[in-house]
Ligand binder design. Structure first.
Ligand code: UDX
Length: 477
């Protein structure tokens, strides 16, 4: 049978984007068929916001399939209701997925093109159960920060040593039971759900389950590169020997496409309409003069936090491009009317507001000199590749660990962490964009160079991708 990979991402912006990049990399191998299984609801949004269908039409061996996520059409599918998504998928998606995979289903062994390998996300544990039943190799693709993933593997030790749950008074206590991070990791840097006010047994069990199957799968793909996450990669390899660090995956794909005879434009995989006017605005700004601000696709801020950021940005005196995503202000639909006039006037002078930006192009733009980010993993890698220093305001999940690595290990920026105060924001922006700029520019340039080398021919990520492709070809026999 010809190799046929089913790629099944967690239906959220970041995993979908990374896995579509992986899907295209596998299509470029030439002899691998790829089916991308998206949820009905998100697939409709993807088609309404991008030209993804026409982009992938040039790969005859690629197709989209869709499946229900079990949620009501109007469910916002935001991070704060994440467990509803997981429950919906367990109740509705799992039986539908099983039907596809067994007894003559469209992806089963008796179909025209049987699936020979599945690549999916950790939190969808039902996929493991179905693939084990049908006896197909399963490879996980971890789309969050590998350093945060490593802390998940250390949870049993952290719990035994009473290092989690974390209470307010010991946030600055050093963490002793995450090998390789003893020198710099504090409890406040652990994933936010480890804090007592968030932690429920179900949470810990959920995240332990999310990695429970990794060592029992046939491989683990990581969106990182050896030169960035070397120590963490060796730790993870002790649990999952078949490890494939092939990132930064967006840069990897861009590099592969650039070597095509007629390089096609990379396709957007945004679930919101991108506002390209911001590129025209950037075109008339001075080099490195703009700080780009975005908290990704899931994080939200309160209206009070929005005002603190707004005052901090305006008072910093720097020019700013700010993504204020619809549904990103907690509990507020009509916050626009309640912004002080002096902020609006100053924004007209020095700022540009959009609801969704072409982020990779923004970070690559010569006018952008800094990135105020929540440190979602895709955003972090996109900033690393473009050599843009970061001001980190992590919100949840893996972002706290990542922001600590940015400031303490990679020296690529400043970690604002749990602060949201206009004076601190103003000072940190001035530090990142001016006063302390030279501290980060050199290390950011260096890391960007290592990132690009890793995805070039003979680089570590390029070699690991070839190994993954060889494995996929092998299992078809
Ligand atoms: C989620 C989790 O929040 C994050 O912690 C985890 O690491 C990955 O899954 P998200 O919050 O969406 O991710 O952040 P991120 O990983 O940065 O992904 C956001 C993606 O949206 C990026 O690829 C970014 O390029 C894109 N984006 C963001 C846009 O295209 N336009 C925007 O305006 C903002």
């Amino acid at each position: 049978m010809d190799p046929h990979v089913l790629i099944f991402p967690l239906p959220l912006q970041s995993p979908i984007k990374s896995m579509l990049k992986l899907a295209e990399l596998l299509c470029l191998a030439g002899d691998i068929a790829v089916t991308f299984l998206n949820t009905d609801q998100l697939h409709r949004r993807l088609l309404s916001c991008t030209n993804i269908h026409s982009h992938f039409s040039k790969y005859p061996q690629f197709r989209f399939e869709t499946i229900s996520d079990g949620l009501a059409e109007d469910n916002p599918r935001t991070a704060d209701r994440f467990m509803e998504l997981i429950d919906g998928m367990e109740a509705v998606t799992k039986p539908l997925f099983r039907e596809m995979m067994v007894n003559g289903g469209c992806l089963s062994s008796s179909s025209e093109k049987p699936v020979t390998c599945i690549i999916t996300d950790g939190p969808m544990s039902f996929v493991f159960a179905v693939t084990e039943e049908v006896g197909i190799p399963l490879i996980y693709f971890d789309t969050i920060s590998p350093s945060a993933l490593w802390t998940y593997f250390c949870f049993p030790k952290l719990i035994d040593a009473c290092e989690i749950p974390i209470t307010g008074h010991d946030l600055d206590a050093p963490v002793k039971n995450v090998p390789g991070m003893e020198g710099f990791l504090r409890r406040r840097d652990l994933p936010s759900f480890c804090r007592a006010e968030h932690l429920k047994d179900s949470d810990i069990q959920f995240y332990l389950n999310a990695i429970l199957f990794f060592p029992r799968s046939q491989g683990l793909v990581l969106n990182t590169f050896e030169e960035l996450d070397g120590s963490v990669i060796s730790g993870l390899r002790s649990f999952c020997p078949n490890l494939y660090p092939i990132g930064p995956i967006h840069a990897h794909l861009k590099n592969k496409l650039a070597s095509q005879v007629t390089p096609p434009p990379t396709a957007s995989s945004s679930l919101w309409k991108e506002d390209w006017n911001c590129i025209e605005w950037l075109d008339v700004q001075s080099p490195k003069s703009v700080i780009y601000v975005s908290i990704g696709s899931q994080a939200v801020m309160t209206k009070d936090q929005l005002l603190e950021f707004w005052h901090g940005l305006v008072n910093s005196g720097h020019r700013f491009l700010w993504v204020i995503r619809s549904n990103s202000i907690a509990g507020e639909n009509s916050w626009e009317g309640r912004i002080p006039n002096e902020l609006l006037e100053a924004t007209k002078m020095r700022g540009c507001l959009v609801t969704w930006a072409p982020q990779e192009e923004v970070l690559a733009h010569p006018s952008v000199g800094g990135f105020l980010t929540h440190n979602g993993w895709n955003s972090t890698l996109e900033s690393v590749v473009e050599g843009v220093p970061m001001l980190c305001w992590p919100c949840f999940l893996d972002q706290q660990v990542t922001s600590r690595f940015v400031s303490e290990v990679w020296k690529l920026g400043i970690d604002m962490k749990d602060t949201c105060d206009r004076a601190v924001i103003e000072t940190m922006i001035r530090n990142l964009m001016g006063v302390r700029r030279d501290e980060f520019v050199e290390s950011a340039k260096q890391m960007a160079k290592l990132a690009r080398e890793s995805v070039s021919e003979g680089g570590s990520s390029s070699t690991n991708l070839n190994s993954l492709i060889e494995y996929i070809r092998l299992v078809r026999l």
